[in-house]
Design a protein. Sequence first.
Length: 253
Amino acid sequence: MTSPAHLDRLSAFLAAFPLKVRPAETHGRAQAPAHLFLLAGDGPGSRRIAFCSTAVLRPSSPGTVLMGAVVEFGGVSNPLLRSLPSEVALETRDTEPLWALAQHLLAEVAVPRCGGPAALARLGELLVLMVLRQAIDRGATEPGLLAGLADPRIRHAVGALLEQPARAWRVEELAEVSALSRSQFMVSFRRTLGMTPGTFHTAWRLTLARRRLQQGQRVKAVAASSGYASAAAFSRAYSRAFGLAPAAEISAS
């Protein structure tokens, strides 16, 4: 069994939904909607980095917008994005390493240089990753995935399900990962995520399967990589979840 110390609560999402970041387009003095914003705060040296889960013209966080960037991270198909609040903002100051990273991003936008698009993408991805870490550390007040990733009682079990979706996890194994009794684990999981471990596991499996089908992988291969014993069993589960057969998903992509 994977040790809880080696479970990563973000890598599974980054593998399934790769981050792509690019500066928001500008039209004259107007800027197109964006997700990631760098802002100058009201006080001396005050800075903010804000991430909006849906694109907006500007965040609700106070301050002057220095730049905006569009973030592609799977959209509504990404369960982590769906669980985030509408806006996550990080407070920082001129002297902090995180704002130094943001300044590099601003400099790349201001003065185009060789390799600029690649530099912009990597710097933007790192800033978004820092914001996501902050959101997970803060947790959530409502039941859902973000709350599960933050909860110290069950986050290791959630991480195990995310990292090894094809495995036929038993409740006893997940409870052991969480250092809880079976009954304690079931109560904590349902209260924190708003669903049972089995429902969450199936939903994550099928979310990943849908991504693979949309990328052109064959139904039989996706069924096997998703942990289903047969393509027929996978097709039944997929149709119940999404209202169409896996083959139809491939045709539509």
